[in-house]
Design a protein around this ligand. Structure first.
Ligand SMILES: *Cc1c(COP(=O)(O)O)cnc(C)c1O
Length: 565
């Protein structure tokens, strides 16, 4: 099984199914989609992540509209098998033992990808160390560094212990960068036989083995650790002088470490590639725009429609370019089925009745300030006035990181506002956003809204999911939407065109004014009075967006541009 030479794909989070809660948002779901497309396309790949036995968290909302977090206790043995091999890493001078769980993704094409979930909850470890793989993005910076040691260093050791032959190590974001240190140790040259210390560390060989995908377009978003902490927790597994040369003089920057030891580096959309180059001048940074797994992110009624009119679409999503051949009435019918399915679901989980005849806007993603979930409420008076042009309703969902107070405040703000304006415009917030709810939302609303602060949305992927279901995007021109958007043809933009790659001053009012204008003057009138034009844009979402923004296309690009070089 392990004799084939493989790509090792490392990601701190992986969202592969709703039952395995080891993801927090887009990064993890992208990793899951990467794995599924690799299985479909029979790309030889093995994935490595952490088991996160208590999940990210389960979100509840208290009577005051505040987010409350609970651990998720899930049982890996229901979905995967424990691998008997153990490896160890040194943390704070102690041996920490690591086991793995193996989950197999099997495609109908016959392709199989193993996903290794690393677990420190083994009896040899002291209590504290058994908790290292408990909470995704939990704890403090100390805890984070320990997790990254387990993922990066422990992950490489586990692959080797299991006999995998690895052609490339692909780091999905900087969390796994410490793997380069393990590779430096593996390919270290025999000190006796060389006369110059420089030749001991074979950085060229390691570089040839590594691929790095960055996902963060701002300096503050990159993981970094003080060298005092590094010395304490990791120890000097390579000389500090070397580490500083590779990872930064004043603190260990995980992005820099990966950049310096990867032959191929990319951002996740064209714009993000540009922004990354200005963040890290002097590095060659390419761009491979993200995609989503078409079969996973298409709802039942659209799957049936595609099976009938575009057979073979699931493993060849390019075929969706032929969306035009679907009869309008059947497309609308499929959409209504998805909408009713969503509204039944909302009734069931939240007890709220929604009207399927009303234009419905969806907004769901991680709640963090730059995503500006509350932008649409910037000017309440103007917002309420729009409903005079035609009725609309909004569904929100999303979790804020437990330590992200501003993100939690936005949730509360929306829940409080909903109570005040519900007689005019129905606004609902669904708690505990997850992959199952995501599919219902991206297929069951009419318009998918995204209002990030430019240029902070490296790519974004939920809008690509919406397009697979004929749901129309209405978004700030940032990330992938810069590439997918053709005004009035594939959807609608919000705010000015992106010109600058640096972080611009937050001009919420300009963006909000444009949002209100288009919603009131274009979107609402078209929805209620020009259904034919509306359906045309729905088809373009499929035929001009989904056909391209899928993870099959993305993985073919990783293979030809990153993996076989
Ligand atoms: C797709 C997805 C995301 C990513 O949403 P963005 O709008 O791209 O940030 C986050 N969470 C879940 C559960 C998803 O399925």
């Amino acid at each position: 099984m392990n004799s084939e030479v493989k790509i090792a794909y490392f990601s701190m989070e992986i969202g592969i199914s709703n039952d395995i809660p080891t993801y927090s948002g887009g990064l993890g779901v992208l990793a899951g989609d990467t794995i599924k497309s690799s299985a479909d396309l029979k790309i030889p790949l093995v994935a490595v992540t952490l088991i996160s036995k208590k999940g990210y968290f389960r979100q509840d909302i208290d009577g005051d509209g505040r987010q409350v977090e609970y651990p998720i206790n899930w049982d890996p043995s229901r979905f995967m098998v424990r691998v008997s091999k153990k490896v160890k890493v040194q943390i704070e001078g102690r041996n920490v033992y690591i086991q793995a769980w193996c989950y197999q993704v099997r495609s109908v094409t016959g392709g199989v990808v193993d996903v290794l979930y690393l677990d420190t909850d083994v009896e040899e470890n002291i209590k504290e160390d058994r908790e290292i793989t408990a909470f995704l993005y939990g704890g403090d910076v100390n805890y984070r560094l320990k997790q990254e040691i387990v993922l990066g260093i422990g992950g490489v050791r586990m692959l080797h212990a299991l006999g995998f032959h690895i052609r490339k190590y692909h780091m999905n974001e900087g969390h796994a960068s410490l793997l380069v240190l393990e590779l430096l140790l593996t390919y270290k040259k025999d000190v006796e036989s060389v006369w110059d210390e420089r030749w001991v560390w074979d950085t060229d060989t390691v570089k040839d083995l590594c691929v790095f995908t960055t996902h963060t377009p701002v300096e503050a978003g990159h993981d970094r650790f003080s060298y005092d902490l590094v010395k304490n927790v990791l120890g000097e597994i390579v000389p500090l002088e070397l580490l500083k040369k590779l990872g930064g003089e004043h603190y260990l920057n995980m992005t820099l470490l990966a950049l310096n030891l990867s032959k191929y580096v990319n951002g996740v959309a064209k714009k993000h590639g540009e922004v990354s180059k200005t963040l890290f001048p002097g590095y060659e940074i390419n761009a491979i725009t993200n995609g989503v797994h078409s079969f996973t992110w298409t709802c039942e009624s659209f799957k049936q429609l595609y099976d009938q009119y575009i057979p073979g679409w699931a493993n060849e999503p390019e075929l969706l370019v032929r969306a035009e051949i679907i009869p309008d009435a059947e497309l609308w019918e499929a959409h209504l089925r998805a909408k009713n399915d969503l509204f039944d679901y909302i009734k069931k989980i939240a007890g709220i009745e929604m009207d399927p005849d009303v234009l419905t806007i969806g907004f769901a993603r991680r709640f963090t300030s730059y995503k500006r979930a509350d932008l649409i409420f910037s000017n309440l008076e103007k917002f309420l006035k729009i409903s005079e042009k035609g009725n609309f309703q909004i569904v929100f969902a999303g979790k804020a990181h437990p330590k992200d107070t501003p993100g939690k405040d936005i949730i509360k703000k929306i829940i409080d506002l909903a109570k005040v304006i519900n007689d005019k415009i129905k606004v609902v917030f669904l708690k505990d956003y997850n992959m199952e709810m995501a599919l219902k939302l991206v297929s069951g609303v009419d318009v998918w809204l995204n209002t990030p602060l430019r240029p902070r949305e490296a790519s974004g992927t939920s809008g690509m999911k919406a397009s697979h279901n004929g749901v129309i995007n209405f978004s700030i021109l940032d990330g992938w939407w810069i590439e997918g958007h053709i005004e009035g043809i594939t959807g609608w933009s919000i705010g000015p065109k992106p010109l600058e790659s640096t972080l611009v001053h937050a001009d919420d009012m300009t963006d909000a004014a444009d949002l209100y204008g288009k919603l009131g003057n274009t979107i609402i009138p078209m929805y209620y009075h020009d259904r034919n034009q509306w359906i045309k844009i729905m088809k373009n979402s499929i035929g001009k967006i989904a056909y391209y923004f899928n993870s099959h296309r993305m993985m073919r690009r990783y293979v030809t541009e990153a993996y076989i070089r």
